[in-house]
Design a protein around this ligand. Structure first.
Ligand code: BV8
Ligand code: ZN
Length: 246
């Protein structure tokens, strides 16, 4: 893959690089995305599952879906894309990894500076007393009850209609505003407010590059689109960055 002169110039001069990742980054690890054919929402609509009312009306059904997803997450490993992003952190003055993913794969790949916009499937908390229960037994398909107060336990993820964690969102917006180079990787850019981040970066003067296997609703608004699998492209990009900046 040939990288453009513009991107090479930016890689050379960038002080602050920020990255927004979506489910596409984990696809090559075997984690199904949301909206691609065969994605987890092909069978169910988001409204049926990833929302608080669905959980309250049928806790075992929604909890069982998250347990199923946890089983998948525990069987898969980070792919070249996750590993390349983890290695990039030390190659720039500032490198911010902002993820919509809840699959914990960036952390397992060794990334340190991660901002989780939609929470993390490995964390759970009691609705009543907010005691956290992490690293739970995934075989338990029935919703768990809090040992302290008997309340029901929910996954620590952001459901539709719920606010994103205030600190994470404002930090992510700040990173987008301050970045010289911004990558939007493996996301359909359909979920807000995360999807605003590449546009905030662009408006603030960053060079914004999309990495995806196909165009998205946002492709036309960005500076450059690298089409292909994120695992492969990120590996090539890492080698190019090392060649230029080491
Ligand atoms: C909120 C966690 C206040 C749970 C998820 C405007 C402003 C604010 C909100 C809204 C708004 N308009 C509408 C809303 C409401 C809503 C929203 O955005 N709806 C959309 C559908 C229109 N937003 C919210 O409710 C947010 N809350 O703002 O609260 C509020 C509320 C209501 C109204 C106003 C304000 C909360 C959003 C968070 C929801 N939680 N997940 C869980 O996972 O169970 S969303 C879910 O979608 C995941 O987090 C996921 O990360 C996210 C985005 O999906 P993607 O990651 O992009 O995945 P997708 O499958 O879509 O795309 C994969 C991409 O990868 C594709 O482009 C594909 O081509 C590419 N790909 C595939 N393979 C590869 C690849 N690319 C490269 N290489 C590959 N190998
Ligand atoms: Zn409790």
């Amino acid at each position: 893959m040939q990288f453009s002169e513009n991107l090479i110039k930016k890689i050379k001069s960038a002080q602050n690089v920020s990255v927004l990742t979506g489910a596409g980054v984990s696809a090559e690890s075997g984690v199904p995305t949301f909206r691609d054919p065969g994605g987890i929402w092909e069978k169910f609509r988001p409204e049926e599952l990833a929302n608080f009312n669905a959980f309250i009306s049928d806790p075992d059904f929604v909890w069982g879906w998250y347990q199923h997803r946890r089983e998948i997450m525990r069987e898969v490993t980070p792919n070249h894309g996750h590993l390349a992003l983890a290695e990039m952190e030390s190659l720039f003055n500032e490198f911010n990894l902002i993820t919509q993913n809840i699959d914990n794969l960036h952390k397992r790949a060794g990334s340190k500076n991660i901002t989780e916009l939609h929470g993390n499937i490995e964390r759970n908390y009691c609705l009543k007393c907010r005691t956290f229960y992490n690293d739970i037994d995934v075989s338990e398909k029935k919703v768990l009850k809090c040992e302290k107060c008997g309340g029901i336990i929910r996954p620590d993820v952001v459901w539709f209609g719920e606010m994103l964690p205030e600190k994470a969102l404002s930090h992510a917006e700040n990173c987008a505003k301050r970045s010289d180079l911004f990558f939007s990787i493996g996301t359909s850019a359909e979920v807000y407010p995360a999807a605003l981040l590449p546009l905030i970066a662009k408006r603030s003067g960053a060079y914004v590059v999309e990495i995806n296997i196909k165009p998205t609703v946002m492709s036309m608004d960005l500076d450059e689109v690298l089409t292909g699998k994120s695992g492969e492209i990120l590996n090539l990009l890492l080698n190019k960055i090392k060649e230029i900046r080491n």
